[in-house]
Design a protein around this ligand. Sequence first.
Ligand SMILES: [Zn+2]
Length: 266
Amino acid sequence: MSTGTARRLWALDGARLTLDRADMLDGAAPGPVELVVPSFLVEHDEGLVLLDTGLAPEAADDPVGTYGELGARVRMTPAQRLDHQLAAIGVHPGAITHVVVSHVHFDHTGGLRHVPQATFLLGAGDRGAVDGADPDIVALARAEDLDPVRDADGLVVDGDLDLFGDAAVVMLAMPGHTPGTTSLLVRLPDRSVLLAGDTAHLHEALEHPAPMAADTVRRDALASLQRLVGLAHTHDAVVWVTHDPDDWARFGAPGEITLPQDRRTR
Ligand SMILES: [Zn+2]
């Protein structure tokens, strides 16, 4: 089989969520960290792939009404809504062919309503949250976000999935944070990038792999983090820890992304 590349990668801005570093990585020094809650758009000859959908649009106007107590930790402008981010780069939501949700937690599902026509791709272990059957995952999932995809054209992905059969866009099974957590490998013409999703929450987790407070299965989470680091070497890919504010700045997001060429960068 021949290998190909995606054409372009866009980072779409999203809300900020202030949490404690020590809750994001066992062993990290305590103190507030303002996580980025972004989405990503990958343009490939065969389709347009959205990774994650950020917070719900109503959170821009009323975060506490939307998320309760947790909403007090949210900062979101109307421009950071997914539908407005897509409009800003001239992409009609109807043009999106695939939506990969890295896992079902609320900070990844808020914009699913904007892309109900796309093929919905989810790690098999998280299916129980969509069905409402798995109480462990449901705790951080927001049921109304998942309504648009309950009967959607979708694929439950068991293991890894090469979306277009050319190794350009690959969902990678990274169970642990939730049972169905995935990361996304994107091969671009100049370089490859591993979009971590919530396999890691802080970039320092790559140097000091450890679970974090909300992981469903801690031992699996550690193994997945180690897999992520190994795959970065195998593919000579940069790892973008998508919630990490320093990575957001390092990759020059938001907008169309040109990956750094420094081979020491991981
Ligand atoms: Zn998250």
